[in-house]
Ligand binder design. Structure first.
Ligand code: FES
Length: 170
């Protein structure tokens, strides 16, 4: 099956089995190695990517769902300026995800930051996530290295940097 999509800001034409999961496409077909798939069945949460800005488990996304979507992996995300907001939040709070879940939790934080920016653009956009939603979303990755207090502190710190960036129009 031929599928056109955007991965890490590059237009890609894939030629893969329609049921091949995205994590394996990234690892085997595109040689993007910062996908830490452990369970490969939706349990560990280590294979997170952003699909149209939403955090998803790539092992559960079959190729046929990729038509026309935007995928951002941690490898691509590290090249964006948005990454610095979370780097600074980790440094300011003294808390950060452990090496096993660092990429996935960082991308989930980014999806939440995208939600607050969209919520501030107008009433028809997404709602700003509250603390319960933030902790719940980070739980998409099951590693318990951060407690709820640390998660909220990181998010609030990164959100402050992101809002400042928005005022400066990025
Ligand atoms: S590899 Fe474990 S949730 Fe995807």
């Amino acid at each position: 099956m031929k599928i056109e999509c955007t991965i890490d800001n590059k237009h890609i034409l894939l030629n893969v089995n329609s049921n091949k999961p995205l994590n394996l496409i990234l690892l085997e077909d595109l040689e993007i190695n910062q996908i830490y798939s452990r369970c490969r069945d939706g349990n560990c949460g280590n294979c997170v990517v952003l699909l149209n800005d939403e955090a998803v488990l790539s092992c559960l996304i079959p190729a046929f769902r990729l038509k026309g979507v935007r995928i951002l992996t941690f490898e691509g995300y590290q090249k964006s300026r948005f990454w610095h907001d979370l780097e600074r939040a980790y440094s300011d709070t003294g808390s950060h995800p452990c090496p096993h879940c660092y990429a996935s939790k960082t991308l989930i934080f980014e999806s939440l930051l995208q939600m607050i920016i969209k919520s501030e653009l107008g009433p028809s956009q997404d709602e700003e996530p509250d603390e319960e939603v933030i902790v719940q979303e980070i739980g998409l990755n099951t590693c318990a290295c951060l407690d709820a207090h640390e998660i909220i502190a990181i998010f609030n710190s990164a959100a402050t940097y992101r809002r400042r960036r928005r005022v400066r129009r990025y």
